[in-house]
Design a protein around this ligand. Structure first.
Ligand code: SF4
Length: 294
């Protein structure tokens, strides 16, 4: 049996030891693997099964098996830190690597009088898990504060903007607790939108990756652009890189692919990349910034 293996970039260095544990004739994907929707479709055609590591299932694709990669951490210590928060009603969120312990954290905090929301997002399987394209685990949350347990602050900032609530980011590896504010993120986004004012040549980015392919949305954007006298083309991509964009004739882009390209990676690109919601702000169709969700 031919077995395909997909690893995120952070795990690729462990490819030999991971593949040694598998049976069959292994073919390792050399492509980037940024998320659960980033399936190597070319590899999928060649093999009987693809093991997609470190992300949880968001798509029902034949022959693809998602293999989670959970990182262990000290729940007692997390609860001790959270028990010092003044907010007694909290919601817990995390990413695929850390959310396996959220239920245990919830039970321990509730035993000492906290009220803890732990809900599932639309696209994810595990309670409390959020994605860069889906924060619905905290939709209409009644918590006084959201606690993100994980590394980095990207998702915590996203949660702050999505919910409008106070958000703490607690790193389960070094136990650093910080309060995260979405204001600087909003400022950066509005600055980027302002850079697009008056520009007329628009590239509309569509991804070929399953789970982030939004061609219909791209067509709606193109219609709006045409009505405003802009020249636009829908451009189809696999991975979206600065080099690929530099060869194209556009003055700015609207990205319908993974929202993290607009929010997290945009500094790598010389040309402004905004979201469909931000394009509506640019056109004066809306005022308030909402996160782009798939
Ligand atoms: S669209 Fe982006 S954020 Fe959403 S699952 Fe795919 S890679 Fe992750």
């Amino acid at each position: 049996m031919r077995v395909g293996v997909q690893l995120p970039d952070g795990l690729k260095r462990k490819a030999i030891e991971i593949c040694d544990k598998l049976e069959g004739d292994i073919i390792l994907s050399g492509e980037h693997c940024f998320g659960a929707c980033d399936i190597d479709l070319n590899l999928l055609k060649e093999v009987d099964i693809v093991y997609h590591f470190a992300h949880t299932k968001i798509l029902d694709l034949e022959k693809v098996v998602y293999v989670p990669y959970f990182i262990d951490y000290n729940v007692e210590k997390i609860c001790e830190i959270l028990s010092n928060l003044k907010e007694r009603r909290i919601a817990l969120i995390s990413t695929a690597q850390y959310c396996h312990k959220l239920t245990e954290i919830k039970e321990k905090l509730e035993a000492i009088g906290y009220s803890v929301e732990l809900r599932k997002s639309r696209r994810t399987e595990l309670p409390g898990q959020v994605l860069g394209c889906d924060y619905s685990a905290i939709k209409n949350s009644e918590a006084e504060a959201i606690v993100f347990v994980g590394d980095g602050i990207f998702h915590a900032k996203g949660a702050a903007i999505y919910s409008g609530k106070k958000v703490y980011a607690l790193n389960p590896l070094n136990f650093e607790l910080i309060e995260v504010d979405g204001a600087d993120f909003l400022k950066e986004r509005f600055l980027l939108i302002s850079k697009c004012v008056g520009l007329k040549k628009l590239g509309i980015i569509v991804s070929s990756k399953p789970g982030q392919r939004r061609l219909k949305l791209a067509e709606e954007i193109q219609k709006k652009a045409k009505e405003r006298g802009m020249k636009s083309l829908i451009v189809y991509f696999g991975d979206i890189t600065p080099e690929k964009l530099e060869n194209l004739p556009f003055e700015f882009y609207v990205n319908t692919a993974c929202p993290r390209i607009s929010y997290d990676d945009y500094r790598r690109f010389k040309i402004p990349i905004i979201t469909p919601q931000e394009f509506d702000i640019l056109l004066g169709l809306k005022k308030d910034l909402e996160l782009d969700e798939i």
